[in-house]
Write a protein that binds this ligand. Structure first.
Ligand code: ARG
Length: 263
């Protein structure tokens, strides 16, 4: 099924600060390789028949490539992001201005939330992460704005700081996730909602394999997540591996680079 995505070229990509455990500002980053890997991902979406809009990257915002964090867009309504860390604060207004210019109904957030990093549409409802970045008040704000039930999930492992690093929405009725990223109560919620879920291993999670983008059948995921690719295939999904090693140095993967635009 064809999707519409928003992406941001990693022109100014760097690891200049550390706001998650994957980021090491003293380790070398190959910005050229990051652009090449991102370009491959962009071309892959086009070859899969998706539409991709591009927002202009801004200097001084090295994480702006992670478009998923820029907003949450459902039913043509855009819930703006409000970043937890000052290093990324200017990205929220930049993404909101883009949607405003495109004629969307935009809503500036009153609560800290990092867009689709933590708020994922799953069928008719939203799954929302909290505990590390997005605050609980944002879940209530999103529920009120979108008029869709929001299911709160508690993230407990700093390596999996956003919901989209620990869970992939595969289809309207199924997900893949790494249980260890969630509190016991949230693990129970996920078992109850998704008895047939794909359970990722610790090794799958550690290569950010769950930072994947599904169109309901084809699942674009980091090529390092080989076990997860097999598990997805055994459930009838088609894994589409992509090398995102350079973006991984900032704690990102394919999903982080991809904001779904649901007009
Ligand atoms: N360095 C970024 C941060 O820590 C990575 C964001 C990844 N995006 C995502 N949707 N998980 O905020």
């Amino acid at each position: 099924m064809s999707r519409r995505y928003l992406m941001c070229r990693p022109t100014y990509f760097a690891v200049d600060y550390a706001i998650n455990p994957w980021m090491d500002p003293t380790a070398p980053v190959d910005a050229g390789l990051a652009v090449a890997q991102w370009t491959r991902l962009h071309e892959l979406y086009l070859s899969l028949g998706h539409t991709v809009d591009l927002i202009d990257p801004l200097p001084g915002l090295p994480d702006m490539v992670f478009a998923a964090n820029g907003a949450t867009v459902v039913d043509g309504k855009v819930y703006g992001a409000q970043f937890r860390h000052p290093e990324r604060a200017d990205e929220g207004p930049a993404y909101l201005a883009w949607f405003d210019q495109q004629g969307f109904d935009v809503y500036a957030a009153k609560s800290v939330n990092e867009g689709e990093g933590d708020i994922l549409l799953a069928g008719e409802h939203l799954l929302a992460g909290t505990g590390l970045r997005t605050e609980l008040a944002a879940h209530a704000e999103a529920q009120e704005l979108f008029g869709r039930p929001v299911i709160t999930l508690q993230l407990v492992d700093p390596r999996y700081y956003h919901l989209d690093t620990a869970l992939t929405v595969l289809s309207p009725t199924n997900v893949a996730y790494y249980p260890g990223a969630f509190s016991p109560g949230s693990q129970a919620v996920l078992r109850r909602l998704y008895p047939d879920a794909v359970i990722a291993t610790a090794a799958d999670a550690a290569v950010l394999g769950l930072n994947a983008v599904s169109d309901g059948h084809r699942v674009v995921l980091p090529s390092a997540a080989t076990r997860l690719a097999e598990a997805l295939a055994s459930k009838g999904f088609q894994p589409v591996p992509v090398d995102v090693s350079e973006l991984h140095k900032a704690g990102g993967g394919p999903k982080c680079c991809t904001l779904e635009v649901r007009a």
